[in-house]
Write a protein that binds this ligand. Sequence first.
Ligand SMILES: O=P(O)(O)O[C@H]1O[C@H](CO)[C@@H](O)[C@H]1O
Ligand SMILES: O=c1cc[nH]c(=O)[nH]1
Length: 234
Amino acid sequence: MSTHINAPAGSIADTVLLPGDPLRAQYMAENFLTDVVRYNEVRAAYGYTGVYRGQKVSIQATGMGMPSIAIYSTELMRDYGVQRLIRTGTCGGLAEEVHLRDIVLAQAATTDSSMIVNTFGPGVSFAPTGDFNLLRKAATIAETSKLSFHVGNVLGEDQFYNDNLDRGKLTDYGVLATEMEVPALYLLAAKYRRQALGIMTVSDHLVRDEHLSAEERQLTLNQMIELALQTAIS
Ligand SMILES: O=P(O)(O)O[C@H]1O[C@H](CO)[C@@H](O)[C@H]1O
Ligand SMILES: O=c1cc[nH]c(=O)[nH]1
């Protein structure tokens, strides 16, 4: 048991998928895993362990934002010994070439969060980076499956409603999309020397003001979930 995860030792797999939304965690477990056990209900941040193509995989909801994913990813790595963490999220497209329904693999993450500066102090800009092996596997599977996907730098923001940040300048520097958790996940995976990757479906495009309908969101999330699960077991 840890402070926010009420699971007995040994009940969480080595590889954990991390959706922000607890209902997405439930959907993923019920529709993609067999032999499912719900190991966590604390704060309704549901956590499940089940089997995907013969291998044990867990799914843990992280909530929204870096403070929240930092709690769950720290406890998973420190208290449950989790080795691989794959965020399965949504993101808002920024770059022109990114379209609704595409998948973004976060090679690196830029952030306005104070977590980085508070970890290393002023003068050091640590670069939160995705695990190369997971990234390579995910990109290969996405290519083989003929998915429309992008690999690159994402923005992990502290605020969903953020008038203060110049996203346009970041887009000029190649940032593909925005979300709210990957930098903290990569920072903590580096701290604990574990593997982490962010896989996100583009549910909105912030520049073009485009948004997926609830139905489309569901369909396109399925492709990302399959990709994350195949990456997890490969
Ligand atoms: O769909 P999830 O995984 O929650 O991710 C995105 O959606 C939330 C904002 O609506 C933030 O958590 C953002 O990162
Ligand atoms: O953080 C996010 C996630 C999805 N869509 C957005 O616009 N922002």
